[in-house]
Design a protein around this ligand. Structure first.
Ligand SMILES: Cc1ncc(COP(=O)(O)O)c(C=O)c1O
Length: 399
């Protein structure tokens, strides 16, 4: 039985649209990631999962320690349900959530927030000021370091614009300022090299771009190994650190080779969405899919499915659209793309589809799929073995 038959058979009792997670593919992806991490723990990026039961399943597997959350309210919620060791990877300006963090013993023990400038510390301090002194807990803090690649005197940049902290001296100064402030405890460093971890080095159909990406990534790695090492050394002279976090799905085996890095973050690799097909260093199995029903046939080689316009975030482009996955050989109409309420699909494969059949898609990114569906149907072999809520299904939409 091929995958399409297996998925169709397993979900024959369901009416699309719905989303599924293939557990065998998830397990295989997870074990590939653990192998690549070569003994260093992987912190699970929840933004790329966005389903609590799935996150818990992953955290129960060997090799995964801690969660990387994307908002503080999310982290507070996760901790209230028993998740431990949660690093909020993006700074927060949510005053109510900060006050809650400072006043909740378990949350304050389990959650670490991100800062990259004194202003963040000021904001946190003012947000927790109303929490009575005797009920106020220390806030665990991680420093975010800029891991982007800059060349030609600043005229070329690759990576994400996040932290202004780039040099060892800057990091040590902020570490010292944090460490000496009452109410804060500096426990970690994070430096995410998006230009390596999130950029496939084997993109299709553009050899010049491929060469440029490989050149950039090689230079960036060389530069980062030295700089990250020096930054960690400088900060460790100011204070002990519990962890130094780096990397992402696309860089696991590279990031863990750096001695200064104690753990790597990863999330997308579990679902293995479309954008992660284009790396030389690893492969994965598409694990998260969604099914849409064929509802029209405008022409013999065109079918129209209901819904579909679930574009991924990021710089807009074709590669942000979901991939019509099964049956193979379907493509978008270039005038319509993936539509708000319906999506025409062209190609020979359309000829064999009938009204009521389903087309299986992959999202371009991982967790954003879960903002579209209230649940994931878990498939093991040729059966649906469970249905679990997404964040949205639990009424939680953090971003
Ligand atoms: C701070 C940080 N670490 C790691 C990652 C990697 O996540 P993933 O493995 O899902 O690509 C990201 C993704 O944006 C990130 O922002």
């Amino acid at each position: 039985m091929d995958d399409r038959q297996r998925y169709d058979q397993a979900t024959a009792h369901l009416d699309p649209p719905f989303a599924v997670l293939d557990l065998a593919a998830l397990r295989s992806n997870a074990s590939g990631m653990v192998q690549r991490a070569a003994g260093k723990p992987i912190r699970v990026a929840s933004k790329s999962i966005r389903s609590r039961p799935v996150l818990e399943r992953i955290l129960a597997m060997d090799g995964f320690t801690g969660t990387m959350a994307f908002t503080l309210p999310e982290a507070l919620w996760l901790v209230s349900t028993g998740v431990r060791d949660v690093l909020v990877a993006y700074p927060t300006a949510d005053r109510a959530a900060l006050a809650e963090l400072a006043s909740d013993t378990t949350a304050a023990q389990e959650i670490t927030v991100m800062v990259d400038r004194i202003e963040h510390l000021d904001l946190i301090e003012s947000a927790v000021a109303d929490v009575q002194n005797r009920n106020r807990h220390e806030i665990r803090v991680c420093l975010d370091i800029d891991a982007s690649f800059v060349a030609f005197g600043g005229r070329f940049r690759a990576g994400v614009r996040r932290s202004p902290i780039r040099e060892p001296e800057q990091a040590a100064d902020l570490a010292a300022a944090t460490a000496k402030r009452p109410g804060f405890r500096l426990v970690g460093l994070m430096a995410y090299e998006a230009q390596i971890a999130g950029v496939g080095d084997d993109p299709p159909g553009n050899p010049a771009l491929t060469q440029a990406i490989r050149w950039m990534q090689a230079q960036s790695r060389r530069e980062l190994i030295m700089r990250r090492g020096r930054i960690v050394q400088a900060v460790r002279q100011v204070t002990e650190l519990e962890f130094v976090n780096g990397g992402g799905t696309g860089s696991i085996e590279k990031t863990v080779r750096e001695k200064a890095v104690t753990e790597v973050a990863a999330g997308s690799g579990f679902f293995h969405p479309r954008l992660f097909d284009f790396y030389r260093g690893f492969t994965g199995r598409p694990a998260a899919l969604f099914a849409l029903p064929v509802v029209r046939r405008p022409a013999p080689d065109v079918v129209t499915v209901l819904g579909g316009g679930y574009s991924a975030s990021g710089s807009p482009g074709q590669n942000r659209l979901p991939q019509p996955y099964l049956p193979c050989g379907l493509r978008y109409d270039s005038d319509e793309g993936a539509g708000e309420v319906q999506t025409p699909l062209l190609g020979q494969a359309a000829e064999d589809l009938r009204i009521g059949d389903r087309v299986w898609f992959r999202h371009a990114k991982a967790g954003e799929l879960c903002e579209r569906f209230a649940s994931l149907h878990l498939i093991d072999g040729d059966k649906v073995v469970d249905e679990v809520p997404t964040y949205r299904g639990e009424g939680r939409t953090f971003l």
